[in-house]
Design a protein. Structure first.
Length: 138
């Protein structure tokens, strides 16, 4: 058996025995990647928004339609980002304190930092109720 075959076999075995862990790790790295993309998306949109505000101030013409559209886009990205953050927390077994924002083990009842009551541990795979629809003005 060549060295390369050996490495491939070893990798396969590790992947097979650590199947669940690997799935979680892949999920986490995908979510982290998405979070990075969304963060740079927000940064771009904020820059666009800044440029738009500058143009409006310079020209004295207000393009409120473009402004509102950008604000709505940023809100949408922020909503998705918050959802990803929650999924990452639940994969890592942590929860954010609703009072101080500290991350703590999700089986704690109270926040070890500020003492606030923590939300009940969510049932696994029951995260379908996070659809927040904004009513858009036509
Ligand atoms: Zn707290």
């Amino acid at each position: 058996m060549s060295f390369v075959d050996n490495v491939i076999n070893t990798t396969k075995n590790v992947a097979a025995t650590a199947g669940k862990k690997t799935d979680e790790a892949i999920k986490i790295s995908k979510l982290k990647l998405r979070s990075t993309q969304l963060n740079s998306d927000i940064k771009n949109k904020n820059e666009k928004l800044g440029a738009l505000v500058y143009d409006m101030a310079k020209s004295g013409e207000k393009d409120t339609e473009a402004f509102d559209a950008l604000v709505a886009e940023i809100d949408a990205v922020n909503t998705e980002l918050a959802d990803i953050e929650k999924q990452l927390d639940s994969l890592k077994g942590v929860v954010a304190c609703p009072s101080c924002g500290a991350k703590t083990a999700d089986d704690n009842t109270f926040c070890p930092k500020c003492g606030a009551k923590l939300p009940e541990k969510p049932a696994p795979e029951a995260e379908s109720d996070v659809t927040v629809e904004d009513n858009k003005d036509e």
